[in-house]
Design a protein around this ligand. Structure first.
Ligand SMILES: Nc1nc2c(c(=O)[nH]1)N[C@H]1C(S)=C(S)[C@@H](COP(=O)(O)OP(=O)(O)OC[C@H]3O[C@@H](n4cnc5c(N)ncnc54)[C@H](O)[C@@H]3O)O[C@H]1N2
Ligand code: MOO
Length: 483
């Protein structure tokens, strides 16, 4: 598929979000190169992407063990071989020793009428299949002497000790026992190639005894802000100036993804300077990204600069915020070790909310794909009923598969849009008067109102074809978050 929105296939209309995602995915797939990997210790693994599939070398738990402190016994021996006191529903067993976590019982197998003291996590002794918790037990030093004790018997004193189970008839076979391998079976796939490593994944890898794993090397992304009015925080704001918010929101979004940021500062509205900077950045980064200067104003030079040192597709995308978005490829100039290669380029719109929203819709899925992350296998949300499958059906490469998860929530207020585009309102969860959770916008929704992102937990998607969603109606949201 061509990159141009002037393609005969599309005519001169704006691309839909899904079309843009499909074209982008194809374009990135064509640029695919071998991803470098590295070994990291588990303490450095969170937020990285696994470059191998981890097969469990063991059962977890490694042995069948107690889920409670108490006694281990053979359930079958209870009614036959214990002193059953039907009036009190109690039975008495001989305690022959103890199995502690880290100190398993090495003595003989349990016989009828016998039990073993056991602590949570301790291996179940041979012959035992059930655990009765401490709160249900009374221990006696010898015979039925009334001498409840909470401490474990001294070594060798076990033979003399007896225990009474209160409510013995409630004991079920296999109760309070964790079977070997019930969490992870030896030989099973546990964490897959391309998985983003969450704190839980790191914990699971540690539970397998792994100290190091192979992950993909982080991508490097070069970022610039553009515009004569854009001023670095800390500097004096000139008349007509504006502090540079975009470089910082973008850099923070990239850091959240575990990406190495090459911050190349602010570029003035100068076409030649832009060309030099883009070429230099392409030789040093896996992706280059700018904000501002992509529209049609006389100082908007990103398009021209990109055409001079690469290939451009200036998309006008049917979405708000974020209608103007430049995507293309930069050719890496001779003299660099990557000479002859191509580096993807995103020219994001300058309005600060448009910058963040286009990053979230397009750049973030692109980065996930380039970094080796496995896609989410969910269908893109934008496809309109009745639209031709030829133009909107997602392809295997479509970046829609790498987008953030979508949830259906209930609108807490009436939401309006224009039917020819997708609108992304900034949303937050609120508990309504009836106690139900609903989603509301975060206040003023202009493309320059960056504080609308401040309280945002999600982007409320009002799909193309829909001009209004009433309070109380279902609405799709895209959840914001690093993964
Ligand atoms: N004739 C048209 N004008 C505009 C169109 C259009 O289609 N036709 N689209 C509008 C939309 S929508 C957007 S979004 C903007 C995008 O334009 P640019 O990417 O060229 O952005 P700039 O003009 O450079 O800046 C827009 C706005 O954002 C401020 N800005 C820029 N960079 C930063 C930064 N790093 N930090 C904070 N704020 C920044 C800039 O000062 C402007 O106020 O074009 C519309 N116009
Ligand atoms: O799309 Mo612009 O991003 O509306 O401000």
């Amino acid at each position: 598929m061509s990159l141009s929105c002037f393609d005969p296939m599309f005519g001169e209309r704006m691309l839909s979000v899904d079309e843009a995602l499909a074209v982008l995915g194809d374009s990135l797939a064509a640029m695919q190169r071998l991803r470098a990997t590295e070994r990291v210790t588990l303490d450095k693994a969170v937020g990285r992407i696994l470059a191998e599939t981890i097969v469990s070398p063991l059962d977890v738990p490694a042995q069948t063990n107690a889920a409670m402190d108490g006694i281990a016994l053979a359930h079958a021996s209870l009614p036959r071989a214990t002193l059953q006191d039907s009036a009190n529903d109690a039975c008495e067993l001989r305690v022959i020793g103890s199995s502690l976590a880290g100190h398993p019982w090495h003595g003989r197998a349990l016989e009828a009428g016998e039990a073993l003291r056991i602590t949570t996590g301790a291996a179940l002794p041979v012959g035992a299949d059930s655990v009765v918790m401490q709160e249900q037990l009374q221990y006696f030093a010898t015979g039925l002497v009334d001498a409840r004790t909470d401490s474990l018997p001294a070594a060798g004193a076990g033979d003399a000790e007896r225990v009474v189970i209160e409510g013995a008839s409630s004991v079920r076979q296999g109760q309070n026992v964790r079977q070997a391998g019930e969490d992870i079976a030896c030989g099973s796939d546990v964490v897959s190639l391309g998985q983003w490593l969450t704190p839980a994944a790191v914990g699971v890898l540690a539970s397998l005894g792994l100290a190091e794993i192979t992950v993909y090397r982080p991508l490097t992304v070069a970022i610039f802000s553009t515009g004569d009015e854009v001023t670095a925080p800390g500097e004096t704001l000139s008349a007509g100036g504006i502090f540079d918010a975009n470089r910082f929101s973008l850099s923070a979004l990239l850091v959240e993804q575990g990406i190495d940021v090459l911050d190349l500062g602010i570029l003035s509205d100068d076409r030649e300077a832009l060309i030099v900077a883009l070429q230099d950045a392409a030789s040093r980064a896996d992706m280059v990204m700018t904000s501002g200067g992509v529209s049609v104003g006389e100082a908007d030079h990103v398009r021209g600069a990109l055409e001079a040192c690469g290939e451009l597709a200036l998309w006008r995308i049917a979405m708000r915020p974020g209608r103007p978005l430049a995507f293309g490829t930069l050719k890496v100039a001779v003299g660099s070790e990557k000479a002859g290669g191509q580096v993807p380029f995103f020219g994001l719109p300058g309005n600060p909310v448009a910058t963040m929203v286009t990053f979230l819709q397009f750049v973030l899925p692109a980065l996930r794909q380039m970094a080796g992350q496995q896609p989410r296998m969910t269908a893109p949300a934008h496809q309109q009923e009745g639209e031709s499958a030829m133009t909107v059906a997602p392809m295997a490469t479509s970046l829609a598969y790498w987008q953030s998860p979508r949830l259906q929530l209930i609108a807490g207020e009436t939401l309006r849009s224009r039917p020819e585009r997708v609108d992304y309102h900034r949303g937050r969860l609120v508990v309504g008067e009836d106690g139900r959770q609903v989603v509301m916008t975060t206040g003023k929704q202009g493309s320059g109102i960056l504080t609308s992102m401040l309280a945002a937990e999600c982007l409320i998607e009002i799909p193309a074809g829909c001009a209004r969603i009433d309070a109380g109606e279902p609405v799709m949201v895209q959840w914001l978050g690093a993964q």
